[in-house]
Design a protein around this ligand. Structure first.
Ligand code: WT7
Length: 663
């Protein structure tokens, strides 16, 4: 599964390590923060002494309907946590906060892109979730059924997820930026019986017509029996003519919920019952349905939210991720709400109507803990310091980063211009598959180094290995996880063989994360990025094979190879090398057409930046496309070793052509 072979990976890593090694700055936690931090140094010692006891203790912070009998059942590569225990995730995120002073506390503060606002207290959230849960039941949705959710960032996204959790239905949230075809494939893979969508959502002042995409998708989804449609804006995007409603199948959310009883009993779920499926890109053309279960997942996200974000009752926590990604699941909805926190949710773009929208939001709502992605931070840097400087950001006390390696320069900028030099930064490494944060500083404990995710969270086992799987005490290698953790994926939905193959076969006995990393003399982790055929574009995972399949689906294309190239803002951008079928002219129009085709097949996030037409693609004598060489070309580097190529001239010609073109 490693693309270009050990040598190419090592060369690339050596370059990056050299840059990171020069990073000498250290930032100890501010004393005042450390003194009162929820996570204290003893946490590491406790977990090191008895890993399972640590996680048991964390699980005890939840409300269990029935206690577990076995903490961990580990039959590699399958883990079961808190076996025999029963709980309900929605009850943990809502009901248990209703008895005390949190009853009237804001659970969700929401702002739409056009500026509309809503605040839902825990009490109100309970009633909405109860109604939605009863409405789902009325439509015949039962425990164990899959429900697809395709919504903008509106409170109903969280309400829909919690309503599913309440009745034991398994949600599959599909990011609203994905195309109709992507939605269709995910619905069909999970055999979802219902879809929850909206008439539209706002993005940079435009309306994204989700219901129209949904209609296109479910025309080919025989398993879908009902569609609930949230009216995003009555009279605006919510004009009934905007979303055509199909009699008997489609139901307006508000009409369906209106007569429902706000009380809905919470199902007693087994700790290992499915909570959700979330699709993510892999090294083949077909996305993987990552399966997460109930007890272990909730334990890990609740625990990490509390310790990593030092979350307290008076905090306003803003994780800027969309609900369509795992970050939105774990740190917009489940982690913070299980802790009884107040979360801010924002629907739209950071540069709408102006480039200071985020800072306006921070000031207006008094955000205290802010969690975003390096790609956003790099955009803020580019937009200039005036935007944050115009707003009062003094409520902020802690900053987080997630999704891709953060370059030290961006880290320092973030600290100074957003954090006012006083806020600790937590750079958190994890994945859709890990469910929750795995490598991270604890904000009152860990000395941070810009660009390093620092050390494993208490109770997490990580080890660096070389290509043969031998553990390395330091240096460059591959990041593996050595022990099962509560929030780990349980399998790939409907494809356990792929689960074993993808995560557990490269280094037997270990979970291979797909990332290259460096471990320094202090035992700090520096994540270098993916070493497989998965790209990270603006913090989003895209499989090269998926984009290649989308390209060859176009009638003019014979063959395609897609690589990531370094990009100032997005981290990586897509470059596509395409050979055309006989009789097709390599025109600028066709180039645009191909980019559009990919956006339509997958979603705008997968649109290639560059398309290059070529008569041939560089291949090994066994016919494997040498993506490493294409990457060298796309990034304007001297060509690496070409001796294994069937025809070395192909790549030299391509390089000349690439450098002579504008794409
Ligand atoms: C991949 C997982 C976890 C939520 C968002 C992405 C990269 C993630 C970091 C970080 C360096 C990071 C890795 C990982 N990644 N966080 N702090 N430093 N790299 O979830 O889509 O499942 O992607 O994102 O390459 O494997 P995802």
């Amino acid at each position: 599964m490693l693309d270009a072979g050990p040598h190419a990976e090592r060369d690339r890593m050596t370059d990056q390590i050299a840059t990171l090694l020069s990073e000498q700055r250290r930032f100890p936690p501010p004393q005042a923060f450390a003194a009162h931090a929820i996570a204290q140094p003893a946490l590491y010692e406790e977990a090191a002494r008895d890993r399972l006891a640590f996680w048991e203790n964390e699980a005890r912070a939840l409300d269990w309907i029935r206690p577990w009998t076995t903490t961990l059942e580990w039959r590699l590569p399958h883990a079961k946590w808190f076996v025999g225990g029963q709980l309900n995730v929605a009850a943990n995120c809502i009901d248990r906060h209703l008895a005390g002073p949190r009853r009237n506390k804001a659970a969700i503060i929401w702002e739409g892109e056009p500026g509309d606002r809503r605040v839902l207290t825990y009490w109100e959230l309970a009633r909405e979730v109860g109604r939605a849960a009863n409405a789902l039941k009325r439509l015949g949705v039962r425990r164990g059924d899959r429900v697809a959710i395709y919504l903008p960032m509106i409170p109903e996204a969280a309400i829909a997820m919690l309503a599913c959790a309440r009745i034991g239905a398994v949600h599959s949230v599909v990011f609203g930026g994905f195309s109709a075809e992507s939605l269709r494939d995910r619905i069909n893979d999970a055999q979802a019986v219902a879809l929850i969508t909206a008439d539209g959502g706002y993005r940079r002042g435009q309306i994204v017509p989700l219901k129209r995409f949904a209609d296109e998708a479910i025309a080919e989804c025989p398993s879908i029996r009902h569609v609930m449609v949230v009216q995003r804006r009555p009279g605006g995007a919510g004009d009934e003519s905007f979303a055509e409603m199909k009699e008997g199948r489609d139901h307006w959310w508000h009409r369906l919920l209106d007569p429902e009883n706000p009380h809905c009993p919470a199902e007693a779920m087994d700790a290992e019952d499915l909570l959700f499926i979330l699709y993510t890109s892999g090294t083949t053309g077909k996305p993987k349905g990552i399966v997460h279960t109930t007890g272990g997942y909730l334990t890990q996200v609740t625990s990490t939210t509390r310790y990593v974000f030092d979350l307290r009752d008076d905090d306003v926590f803003w994780c800027t991720a969309d609900i369509g990604w795992v970050t939105g699941h774990s740190y917009v909805v489940y982690g913070p709400l299980a802790n009884g926190a107040t979360v801010l949710m924002y629907e739209g773009a950071p540069d709408w109507p102006e480039r200071d929208r985020f800072w306006k939001l921070v000031a207006r709502w008094g955000v205290t803990v802010f969690y975003t992605a390096p790609t956003a931070i790099r955009a803020f840097m580019k937009w200039g310091t005036d935007h944050p400087a115009r707003h009062d950001l003094s409520t902020l006390r802690l900053l987080g980063s997630v999704g891709e390696p953060i370059n030290p320069e961006a880290w320092i900028w973030y600290r100074k211009h957003i954090g006012g030099g006083r806020c600790p930064i937590v750079d958190t490494w994890w994945q859709t598959e890990t469910g929750g944060i795995m490598i991270t500083p604890l904000p009152g404990v860990t000395v941070t180094k810009p660009g390093s995710a620092t050390v494993p969270f208490p109770g997490i086992g990580a080890e660096l290995v070389d290509t043969t799987g031998k553990a390395l005490p330091k240096g460059g290698g591959f990041l593996t996880l050595t022990e099962p953790w509560p929030g780990m994926l349980r399998t790939i939905y409907g494809d356990d063989d792929r689960y074993r193959e993808t995560y557990w076969s490269r280094f037997p006995g270990r979970y291979f994360a797909g990332d290259g990393a460096k471990l320094d003399d202090d035992g700090y982790w520096w994540i270098l990025g993916r070493v497989d055929d998965v790209l990270n574009v603006a913090g989003h995972r895209i499989g090269t094979m998926e984009v290649e399949s989308a390209l060859v689906d176009h009638p003019a294309v014979a063959e395609a190879a897609v690589v990531g190239k370094a990009h100032e803002l997005k981290g990586q951008a897509l470059a596509a090398f395409v050979t055309l079928k006989e009789g097709n002219a390599a025109t600028a129009e066709l180039k645009d057409d191909l980019k559009e085709h990919v956006a339509k097949k997958i979603g705008a996030i997968a649109r290639p930046d560059d398309v290059l037409f070529s008569a041939d693609l560089p291949k090994t004598r066994s016919g494997k496309i040498m993506r490493r060489l294409l990457k060298d070309i796309a990034e304007g580097r001297a060509l690496g070793d070409t001796t294994t190529l069937a025809d070395p001239n192909v790549v030299a010609r391509l390089k000349e052509q690439y450098e002579g073109q504008e794409s």
